[in-house]
Design a protein around this ligand. Sequence first.
Ligand code: NAD
Length: 257
Amino acid sequence: MTVSGKTAIVTGSNSGIGLGVARELARAGANVVLNSFTDREEDHALAADVAKEFGVEARYIQADMSKGVECRALITKAGGCDILVNNAGIQHVAPIDEFPVDKWDAIIAINMNSVFHTTAAALPEMRVRGWGRVINIASAHGLTASPYKAAYVAAKHGVVGMSKTVALETAEEPITCNAICPGYVLTPLVEAQIPDTMEKYGMEREEVIKKVMLERQPSREFATVEQLGGTVVFLASDAAAQITGTTISVDGGWTAL
Ligand code: NAD
């Protein structure tokens, strides 16, 4: 079995890592479903561009990953799912005693609960087809912590734990479940953290990038969305058939420290 011809659903894929992952899956021949909570012309145009560039089927399906019903509806509307990439995620940075409750709830819902809902909806379909891959985009923060990121760290540790459980529940089937743990990847999500971090540390942009953000990334290089996409394609391949219930770090050595 190869990735070619498979149907891959990538949540939160109208920008950043999700779009990079969808593009690499399409490059490998998969038909892809892009997703986010918006329903704009440019969202659908992204899918059309992917279809044209890689000669695969590509669709954009709107669904809000903060809502369990919509997470499940995404899988149903896609009409099939061989490869599920749970990527949608948001971030908010604040000390725990000042952490806004609505931000906490949104991060837990989008970054963690959505993984429960989409996986629960996709697994029966994978079982019918006799093959499946669940690939969760967790984070180095699924394995380690940083101050001011309580909700994100909790959600990502939750995703790593959930990935292990799903792997055990599917261990005797041709289905695997793993989590990828990126360090810093320069995407809109990371870009949005730069102004706050500059203010918190009283530093200029380049100083914040090298000394604060990449301080824990020994390579001092951001990972790229193409590298994340390549890791997803590998986990979806036959070579990874016995890799399940584990994490793959793409973090320039962060978790080796
Ligand atoms: P991004 O902001 O570029 O992308 C996030 C995606 O999620 C977007 O497509 C956005 O539209 C979508 N999204 C947000 N809320 C949604 C909702 N309610 N419903 C559906 N889609 C929604 O950020 P990114 O950096 O590409 O992050 C992607 C994933 O990678 C996240 O889970 C993030 O935690 C994880 N991650 C990112 C980094 C990094 O350095 N960028 C590091 C580790 C992990």
